[in-house]
Design a protein around this ligand. Structure first.
Ligand code: ADP
Ligand code: 5GP
Length: 177
């Protein structure tokens, strides 16, 4: 199960909520070269790697997918997803649009891809700023990149408008279970 959205669309919030309700759902912890932010935990939110470590992982074919997002590398360790799939356990991934397309291409119908949309641009910016985790420069970059990502929303199996959180969560449950 792949969730994507523009930054600030609500993926992390929805993933947290659905995991709290469905503890059997595995979460794929990605590798990244970005610096940890407050609240990040090694091995829980991400595995934090140097650029050299990440590139060595690419060379060894250790990623199910990887992409450069906002100037940093992000990738999904293949081993964990493979283990979940062999055990018949559903696994949820939080990926950008490039990663979602790669997973869909590799796994076909075994992958369900979902794009989360903010209800409108004004609310989107408000949430992004309200999160308080990014500098103004980074927020502006995320909005610019987000507009490019929005252009890919129709490539996803499902779209969810994240207006009210409880509605978005119910819709996500309907799709996944
Ligand atoms: P993403 O992981 O897609 O970047 P987040 O889950 O961090 O987005 O959400 C961005 C911000 O918007 C967070 O502060 C979150 O609490 C808030 N948020 C998410 N969904 C809603 C919603 N439906 N209504 C109001 N605020 C929301
Ligand atoms: P953030 O730095 O805000 O945690 O994440 C930035 C972006 O990277 C988000 O769009 C998120 O979905 C995406 N992302 C996180 N992990 C991965 C991954 O393993 N692969 C890809 N392709 N994107 C990822």
């Amino acid at each position: 199960m792949v969730l994507s959205s523009v930054a600030g669309g609500g993926k992390s919030t929805l993933i947290q909520m659905i995991r709290a309700k469905h503890p059997d759902l595995a979460f794929s912890v990605s590798c990244t070269t970005r610096a940890p932010r407050p609240g990040d935990k090694e091995g829980v939110t991400y595995f934090f790697l140097s650029k050299e470590e990440f590139e060595s992982g690419i060379d060894k074919g250790e990623f199910l997918e990887w992409a450069k997002v906002h100037d940093n590398y992000y990738g999904t360790p293949a081993i964990f997803v493979n283990q979940c799939m062999s055990a018949g356990r559903s696994v949820i991934m939080d990926l950008d649009v490039q990663g979602a397309a790669q997973v869909k291409q590799k796994l076909g119908k075994e992958a369900i891809t979902i794009f989360i949309l903010p209800p409108n641009e004004e609310e989107w910016e408000k949430r992004l700023r309200g999160r308080g985790t990014d500098s103004e420069e980074s927020i502006l970059k995320r909005i610019k990149n987000g507009k490019e990502e929005l252009a890919h929303k129709d490539e996803f199996d499902h779209l969810i408008v994240n207006d009210k959180l409880d509605h978005a969560l119910s819709r996500l449950e309907e799709i996944l279970f």
